[in-house]
Ligand binder design. Structure first.
Ligand SMILES: NC(=O)c1ccc[n+]([C@@H]2O[C@H](COP(=O)([O-])OP(=O)(O)OC[C@H]3O[C@@H](n4cnc5c(N)ncnc54)[C@H](O)[C@@H]3O)[C@@H](O)[C@H]2O)c1
Length: 261
């Protein structure tokens, strides 16, 4: 898709990290950016800086997502680009033995459901409702493209570590959605792709102990550092622009392959 000020993009999780990096990269190409996020203060600040719009949206809530689309479309027009970055991490084993008491406990159901609801259902809700909106638009030249959807999975979709059961399942679901979604929408001229990030320097790691973060970096090959939101934004922009990438996924991980722990 050719980027210009005639094009609107909606980015979930655009208040922070990879979503913010994507919003900045698209805005730098003139695109009007709308941000969906729970973080109102930061979301409004980023939107203001990029002359875009913000809607406080919980991506896991159907009504909230619908209200968000209505608000952003009223302000910026129907989007042709939808990027799903909103998501949460988390860690819990399938079943575990408590160190102190030896008690055996199964994975908490509510915890599993919460991660699936935000990461997977949230991406599905935004992608599906965005596709429906894009289908009402006139196709653009030269291929008759109407829009592009980009979802954010994780390398955990392929090499989930110990304790990443729910997270890996949510991201595996996102990865598996791309091909059927791309096939569903092919006749409408809408492409669907997925990015699988490795380790990127964002607030998602704020709670993580420095030594754990350092141990993750040890798996990164070259360059041996965490990626930046700007690098993620560059890749997202490229996947939006390049018309011949469809139903595809790209790992951006500097060669990292995750071991069990
Ligand atoms: N940072 C990494 O290394 C990394 C690696 C692999 C995958 N990812 C994925 O990339 C995405 C972005 O992560 P990040 O590192 O930028 O994290 P981040 O915490 O910086 O940003 C996530 C944003 O999503 C928002 N959010 C969370 N739940 C939401 C909800 N229910 N509705 C709306 N907004 C919500 C948060 O408020 C936040 O602004 C996530 O899906 C994450 O799983 C990140």
């Amino acid at each position: 898709m050719k980027l210009s000020s005639d094009i609107t993009a909606i980015i979930t999780g655009g208040a922070s990290g990879l979503g913010e990096g994507t919003a900045r990269a698209l805005a730098a190409s003139g695109v009007k950016v709308g941000i969906f996020d729970l973080n109102e203060e930061r979301g409004k600040q980023v939107a203001k800086e990029l002359s875009g719009a913000f809607a406080k949206v919980d991506v896991s809530d159907n009504d909230s997502v619908e209200a968000g689309f209505a608000a952003i479309r009223a302000e910026l027009g129907q989007e042709r680009i939808m990027v799903n970055c909103a998501g949460i991490g988390g860690g819990m084993k399938t079943a575990s033995r408590k160190r102190d008491t030896g008690e055996i406990v199964a994975h908490d159901v509510a915890y599993f459901t919460r991660i699936i609801n935000i990461n997977l259902i949230g991406s599905f809700l935004c992608a599906s409702k965005s596709a429906a909106g894009m289908m009402g638009l006139e196709p653009t030249a030269p291929d008759g493209e109407r829009g592009v959807i980009l979802n954010t999975a994780s390398v955990a979709a392929q090499d989930g570590q110990i304790g990443q059961l729910a997270y890996a399942a949510s991201k595996g679901g996102i990865l598996s959605m791309a091909l059927p979604m791309a096939r569903d929408l092919a006749r409408e001229g809408i492409r669907v792709n997925t990015i699988l990030p490795g380790f990127f320097e964002t607030p998602i790691y704020e709670q993580m102990k420095p030594e754990v973060k350092e141990s993750l970096r040890a798996h990164v090959q070259f360059p041996n550092r965490f990626g930046t939101p700007a690098e993620y934004g560059d890749l997202a922009k490229f996947m939006v622009e390049n018309a011949y990438i469809n139903g595809e996924y790209i790992r951006t991980d500097a060669g990292a392959r995750m071991p069990p722990r």
